[in-house]
Structures are given as C-alpha cells and as structure tokens.
Design a protein around this ligand. Sequence first.
Ligand SMILES: [Zn+2]
Length: 157
Amino acid sequence: MARTTTEQVNPARSAQMSKVRGRDTKPEMRARRALHAAGLRFRLQARDLPGRPDIVFRSRRIAIFVHGCFWHRHGDPNCKLARLPKTRLDFWEPKLEGNRQRDERNIAAITAAGWRPIVVWECQTRDEAVLNNLVATVKNSPPARGAPSTNFSPPGT
Ligand SMILES: [Zn+2]
C-alpha cells in the first residue's frame, strides 16, 4: 500500500505521521485487520451516517470511529500523540477544539438514530488488548432485526 493521500501533504499531519513511521500501518488498517481476522465483515466509511464512521456493522448497528489522537483531541493525558504543538497555539487550539465539538455532535446524532458508536483512538490501535476487546464487543452484539433507520433527528431536540 504505497498510496499517496492528501493527508500527507499537510505539514502537521506529516509531522504527526513521521512519529509513527516504520512498520506501522494506519490506525484504521490496524483496527480493520483485527476485526477481519476475527471473521467479522463490515463496510467502510458510511457516508450516510453522522460523522462518517470508518467501520460500520449495519446489521448490528455498530459504528466505529478510528480517531487520530491529534486531530480529534484524545483526552487521555498519557497520550503523546495528542499533544498540542508548541507554536501557533492560537491557530491550533480553536481548530482542534472545533473538531472535538463536531465529533461530540456526531456521536450524539448517531446515538439518537439508534446506532452504537465506538471510538477507537489511534494510540489504542497499537494495543492488542484494546483490539481484542473491540472484536469481543462487536461479536457480543447480535445483529438487529429490520433495516437500520436512516432518519436522523438533530441532537438536542
Ligand atoms: Zn491517543
């Protein structure tokens, strides 16, 4: 997979990526691989759902978001990837805070639509135990009857 993505031309992202270079694959890939290896089949990037979850189990109504720790502001104080840059804080802080708030709204919207959102953080995708737990969570959620709802009411109404 030597794909060039638009993300790689973003300097901040490149800086972030350089910290995790090496044999590491992208966080989504690590999550997908673990789920796939467990025999689970899923869809990617559901554009019809709030927040465009990365991995979707439609019949189980589970939506997984694999969040980059920097861009989505992982709240864990031990997360090294989420640290704010030392320069241009006046630029980064509102931008990243905006991302975080948008994530919050998306999670509320998808929950209101009857889905179960699961957020997996980038740094967690390197943790075998977290991935195993994710697999178990999906496996323990039986497929729901009927077609998933596509009616979304805005959160907080
Ligand atoms: Zn993190």
